[in-house]
Structure formats: C-alpha cells, structure tokens
Design a protein around this ligand. Structure first.
Ligand SMILES: Cc1cc2nc3c(=O)[nH]c(=O)nc-3n(C[C@H](O)[C@H](O)[C@H](O)COP(=O)(O)O)c2cc1C
Length: 172
C-alpha cells in the first residue's frame, strides 16, 4: 500500500481571512493537513521556524516580504531527513507573497524527491497558488506533480469533502 506524508507550514493567531484580520485558534493549512491525513492515513510533519514571526499580522507580512526579497532559508526547529519510505508527499501551506513561506523551501531543498509524487496544497486570500506550483517544481527535482488544490482560508472549515475527493483522485 502506498505511504503518504503531509509536510505543512501554518500560522496560528493573527491572520487575514475573508478580507479582515482575524485570530485563528488553528491555522488554515493545519486544518487542511488534518483533512488530508483523515482521507488517506498520511503522516504529518509540521515545519516550524526557530525565529518566530511577529504575532502582529502586518508586521509578519513585512518580515515575510523581506525574506522573499533575499530568497532566505530560515532555520527550522527540526528537519525531516528522509522521505524514502513515502510514495505521495503533500506540500501544504499558505500563500505568502505569491509563493510558499521561505521556511517550506528550507525543508524541501534537503530532501530527495526523485520518483516521488508531489501534491501541492495552498491556503490563500485570493492569489491561489501564485507562482508556488512552479517554484515547487524547482525545489523538488525528479518528482511528478499532481494538479494542486488551493482553498481560500475562510472556506477551509467546510472543505473536508472537497479535500477528500481531491486526495482520492490524485494519489499514486
Ligand atoms: C506573511 C503573509 C503573506 C501573505 N500573502 C498573501 C498573498 O500574497 N496572497 C494571498 O492570497 N494571501 C496572502 N496571505 C494570506 C494567507 O495566505 C491566508 O490567510 C491563509 O489562509 C493563511 O493560512 P495559514 O493559517 O495556514 O497560515 C498572506 C498572509 C501572510 C501572513
């Protein structure tokens, strides 16, 4: 049987949802990661940076913008070393300035994706994937790619069925 993994990054607390800043008890991408796990029995790996971003939403957007400008690779609390046992790897995270947070690339660039199937998942406030699907192809050489699933943050709590259908259609 195929083995599945979700690598995700998600921001709790202040975030932009449905056109205004709201306090999230649980991150949007975090919830999608759990829907994916429930749909196919995937393992979860959460990406966490050593240096936290500001709790203030606007300040966080400025910090993230500065990281994108220099193509930063922020240090992570823990790194996944090996994905050789997995067949399907979901990459799940929010759209930050048109791509995944730089911390996602800090992790992906350390892994060997040759022969793996990558399934892109993104939460957003209108941008969809931006350039994230293209950026993933560069970060995961040798993988094959499913057409990704983008969900607007405010729609996430009601997206369990949509996620399950997409997962079942796209697993290797
Ligand atoms: C630093 C930062 C940058 C963002 N940039 C974008 C963007 O470029 N386009 C967009 O649609 N949403 C953007 N957003 C909104 C998030 O993608 C959206 O709130 C998402 O649902 C958050 O998911 P999460 O709770 O899993 O982090 C940004 C949010 C943050 C914090």
């Amino acid at each position: 049987m195929a083995k599945n993994l979700v690598i995700y990054y998600s921001r709790r607390g202040q975030n932009y949802v449905g056109g205004s800043v709201r306090e999230l008890e649980r991150g949007n991408a975090e919830q999608l990661a759990e829907f994916i796990r429930d749909a196919c029995g995937a393992d979860l790996f959460e990406i966490e940076t050593v240096k936290p971003y500001s709790e203030d939403y606007m300040k966080c957007t400025e910090e993230a913008k500065a990281e994108l400008a220099v193509n930063a690779r922020p240090k992570l609390k823990a790194y996944l070393a090996d994905i050789s046992e997995y067949d399907n790897i979901f990459i799940c995270g929010p759209c930050w300035w048109g791509t995944y947070p730089m911390a996602v690339y800090s992790q992906l660039e350390r892994l060997n994706f040759r022969g793996k199937r990558v399934l892109p998942v993104m939460t957003h406030e209108g941008s969809g994937f931006g350039s994230a699907e293209r950026d993933l192809r560069k970060a995961c050489p040798g993988a094959s790619f499913a057409r990704g699933l983008a969900v607007q943050g405010g729609m996430v709590p009601g997206a369990r069925d949509q996620v399950e259908k997409w997962v079942k259609r796209n697993l290797k």
